[in-house]
Design a protein around this ligand. Structure first.
Ligand code: IPE
Ligand code: IPE
Ligand code: MG
Length: 248
């Protein structure tokens, strides 16, 4: 027999979760360690979060790993982060691939080294047929960069101005392979977007937590999902579109 009450009590699950993984440096500082130590711990946190999202049935996870503005950091930190990508791919790619994760790298690849580009391409091609969850890693990514690169591409393709509507432009955006994020989480206590998903987060539910990224785990993910389930999404409409007078 169909148990209607249990169906009704199922919390709405976001199809797409986006995360600004912030707070690595402060986490390391609290431990009197160099910032790199925090970034390294952040990679472990990311892998745990990807698998936890997959277990919960989330289809898309998009994370902010390196922003267009993060080049402003000391050269040593920037090169440490680039090197960490290679280490992370070597350490975790097989595991993620085996777990059904499809990996996509999103951002401007022209400014990274050939070695890094090759590692990205390897990760993408190895996992391209996986379907359990899509992990998009935003690296050398900025929301403003994305809007500009999409417009440039549309112009290059000769799209007539009158035909360039929201759907058409969206097809040129770097996250065209995903639906818009339903839930946008930022760890690390700052309450700002920092140039992440400016186009795609138009109607995302925003959750900010003081938890520093290396400390983010299953409990924090579940608490963000519970918060999401309590939100009332209206997308500019009203909760119940049937006018009062027409309700029996
Ligand atoms: C986020 O952590 C990771 C990157 C930006 C690469 P931070 O490095 O910004 O850590 P905090 O914010 O300084 O603590
Ligand atoms: C945002 O964090 C970028 C990433 C998490 C990759 P930042 O630490 O760079 O953001 P701000 O400088 O505090 O706004
Ligand atoms: Mg930060």
């Amino acid at each position: 027999m169909l148990d209607g009450s249990s169906v009704q009590s199922q919390a709405p699950l976001p199809r797409h979760v986006a995360i600004v993984m912030d707070g690595n440096g402060r986490w390391a500082k609290k431990r009197f360690m160099p910032r790199f130590f925090g970034h390294k711990a952040g990679v472990d946190s990311l892998v745990k979060t990807v698998l936890a999202c997959a277990d919960r049935g989330i289809d898309y996870l998009t994370v902010y790993a390196f922003s267009s503005e993060n080049w402003k950091r000391p050269t040593e930190e920037v090169s440490g982060l680039m090197g960490l990508v290679l280490v992370a791919v070597a350490k975790y790619l097989t595991k993620l691939a085996d777990q059904g994760v499809r990996i996509r790298i999103v951002g401007d690849r022209t400014e990274v080294s050939d070695k890094l580009r090759a590692a990205w391409e390897h990760a993408e091609s190895l996992t391209q047929n996986n379907t359990r969850i899509t992990l998009s890693v935003c690296f050398n990514y900025g929301g403003r960069w994305d809007v500009v690169q999409a417009c440039r591409q549309a112009i290059r393709d000769g799209v007539p101005p009158d035909e360039l509507d929201e759907a058409r432009l969206n097809g040129y955006m770097a996250l065209a392979h995903t639906p818009d994020p339903d839930l946008f989480i930022r760890t690390g206590g700052e309450v700002r977007i920092s140039n992440f998903l400016l186009w795609q987060a138009a109607y995302s539910e925003l959750v900010f937590t003081d938890c520093l990224w290396p400390e983010f785990g299953v409990a924090e993910l579940d608490s963000a999902l519970a918060e999401y389930a309590r939100r009332d999404r209206r997308f500019g409409g009203v909760k119940d579109s049937v006018p009062e007078a027409r309700r029996a």
